[in-house]
Design a protein. Structure first.
Length: 390
């Protein structure tokens, strides 16, 4: 498969810095050969943070960055010199990035907002120098602490696009045509299935300088929740959309049936998707006369707004934007958005399913070499660790 600029999976080995060791140094100066302990503390190791950045909308900038290390803390020195602290590392990610442990598939954290900072791996604390251990009965302690060890983890960063409106439909339902008509986005448009191979975002202008974000998701087919077509790869991008716009062509034999198939696929993938507000748009309505449109209305679901549109002629587009804006700003939709964010439950990732998904795209999730911790001092009791020389 050809390389794409849209990258929504990356696997990275991350390692924080270990703490610097404390110094075991005894002061020796002229006329005072027993000057006492003056070993300084070690510096703390650098930590690894994730930071939301609205300037990114894919993980492309991290695709070839397979190892990320924070600095180790510096060792303590004589004259109570404190070791230098290791520099922290900040990994900028798009808003909507979910992090999983690559070994277990366990959910780690979620970065939702611009500027949000999440601690991924904490740097090790610096060890105490022997100056800290002096007592009235032991005025020249000949031991100091090593620094705390570093932490390491291989993580999977998974992007779920954040958009106000997500377009849901079968291939060739007119999703890309609608997005290009309502926004300045230019997705690929052609008369064959799966023209859209990756999601596209567009900003739709509304009245009084207002706007909302619309996401064109690659077409869904029956069985997408089981991995057929492009479903598994992109269904998750719909999870973060506030409103779902279902699109079914007007020349379809059974519009209601196609809508129910799409709804069922979302339910199979994640039942919570059914809690989102929904709108049904019947596309290619320029092929239908008014009498046929009225007949079709009587056969369509009554539990959601229905609008007949044509992205080619512009029929119904203003009405569609009015409906979308109204639904986005409905009190129940705002409340649902608040509740879904506060009570969001992340499912652990099925790593076998994930591997199969990427294997279908000729991707490899096992090509990140993990670095062993062969440079750490194996000390069971930090308090009793003794250095023979500084």
């Amino acid at each position: 498969m050809a390389d794409s600029n849209f990258v929504d999976y990356v696997k990275i080995y991350c390692r924080s810095g270990k703490g610097g060791r404390g110094s075991m140094h005894l002061r020796h100066v002229k006329y005072n050969p027993n000057g006492g302990p003056d070993g300084g503390d070690g510096g703390k190791g650098g930590s690894v943070y994730l930071r939301g950045n609205h300037n990114y909308w894919t993980l492309l900038h991290l695709k070839f960055q397979r190892h990320i290390y924070a600095e180790h803390g510096g060792n303590g020195g004589r004259d109570k010199c404190h070791g230098t602290d290791g520099k922290d590392v900040y990994i900028d990610v798009p808003c909507g990035t979910v992090v999983y442990d690559a070994e277990t598939g366990k959910y780690v954290c979620d970065v939702m907002h611009d500027g949000q900072t999440v601690l991924l791996l904490k740097g090790g604390r610096g060890g105490l120098g022997n100056f800290q251990f002096r007592t009235s009965t032991n005025q020249a302690p000949r031991y100091a602490q090593p620094g705390e060890p570093m932490q390491e983890m291989t993580v999977i960063l998974e992007l779920k696009l954040l958009a106000d409106v997500g377009l849901v439909g079968f291939p060739n339902a007119g999703k890309s045509t609608l997005l290009s008509s309502l926004s300045s986005a230019k997705p690929k448009i052609a008369n064959y299935p799966f023209t859209t191979m990756e999601p596209s975002l567009g900003i739709v202008s509304y009245r009084d300088n207002q706007s909302f974000v619309m996401a064109d998701i690659p077409g869904i087919i029956e069985g997408a929740s089981e991995g057929k077509g492009l479903g598994l790869r992109f269904l998750r991008h719909i999870e973060r959309n506030s409103l779902l716009l279902f699109m079914v062509p007007g020349d379809t034999d059974d519009i209601k049936r196609e809508y129910e198939i799409l709804l069922n696929e979302l339910q199979q993938f994640n039942p919570e998707m059914l809690d989102k507000h929904r709108v049904l748009a019947v596309t290619k309505s320029d092929l239908l006369d008014d009498e046929l449109i009225e007949m079709l209305r009587e056969t369509l679901p009554t539990d959601l707004p229905v609008v007949f549109i044509s992205a080619v002629t512009g029929q119904g587009l203003d009405e569609l934007k009015d409906i979308l804006w109204r639904e986005l700003n409905a009190e129940s939709n705002k409340l649902q958005g608040i509740l879904s964010e506060d009570t969001l439950v992340h499912r652990d990732k099925d790593m076998s399913r994930f591997a199969a998904e990427l294997a279908a795209e000729d991707a490899d999730i096992d090509d990140v070499e993990e670095v062993g911790i062969d440079e750490l001092d194996e000390v069971e009791d930090l308090e009793d660790f003794e250095y023979t020389d500084d």
